[in-house]
Design a protein around this ligand. Structure first.
Ligand code: HEM
Length: 150
């Protein structure tokens, strides 16, 4: 694994810039999706309004969130192998948070499918709390990546 240290050479800042561009796309989508689900929840199952939310959620996931998340992971891991994992506590913490956040994304994607079938398997209050997750993750991950406190 150490053999990859420095493998990006002069491309490193370009890869980092691309990483941040797709981080913004991914996070923008992740701020929108649980908000869409709050509106979707208020629409009656089977109604014309609900059909619009089903389509909006599907397109947001397929066109923005899923591709952006895949590219963020690929570029982030490319950067991580370039700098190496040893002694980088901030990177380990960041990876743990981003891994859980990817699971949160999967949970939301699963919810959109259940909602589309007319199921409402959670309270609106839970969804409103879930809306805060992307903000908290952004704060934690940016501080870890920029300040590198440990
Ligand atoms: C998906 C997995 C991810 C991996 C493996 C990853 C890994 C990395 C690595 C290794 C760096 C280089 C740090 C440096 O050059 O000092 C970096 C930079 C950065 N990442 Fe990520 N990252 C991921 C996702 C994210 C997410 C979701 C966010 C924001 C919500 C984010 C925000 C940043 C920021 C702000 C920087 C710039 C740090 C700096 O140069 O000061 N990353 N990332």
């Amino acid at each position: 694994m150490d053999g990859l240290i420095g493998w990006l050479g002069g491309a490193y800042p370009w890869v980092k810039a691309a990483h941040l561009i797709f981080v913004i796309f991914w996070m923008a989508g992740m701020f929108m999706l649980p908000r869409f689900l709050v509106y979707h929840m208020a629409a009656a199952p089977g109604s014309a309004e609900e059909a619009l939310w089903i389509e909006r959620e599907r397109r947001l996931l397929r066109i923005i969130i899923d591709p952006a998340m895949a590219i963020v992971w690929i570029l982030g891991l490319a950067l991580a192998f370039n700098i190496g994992f040893a002694g980088q506590g901030w990177l380990h913490a960041k990876l743990a948070i981003v891994f859980l956040f990817s699971g949160y994304h999967g949970w939301l994607a699963g919810l959109t499918k259940k909602f589309a079938r007319g199921e409402r398997p959670l309270a609106e209050r839970t969804l409103r709390i879930a809306n805060e997750v992307p903000s908290l993750v952004t704060i934690a991950v940016v501080i870890l990546a920029v300040v590198k406190p440990f």
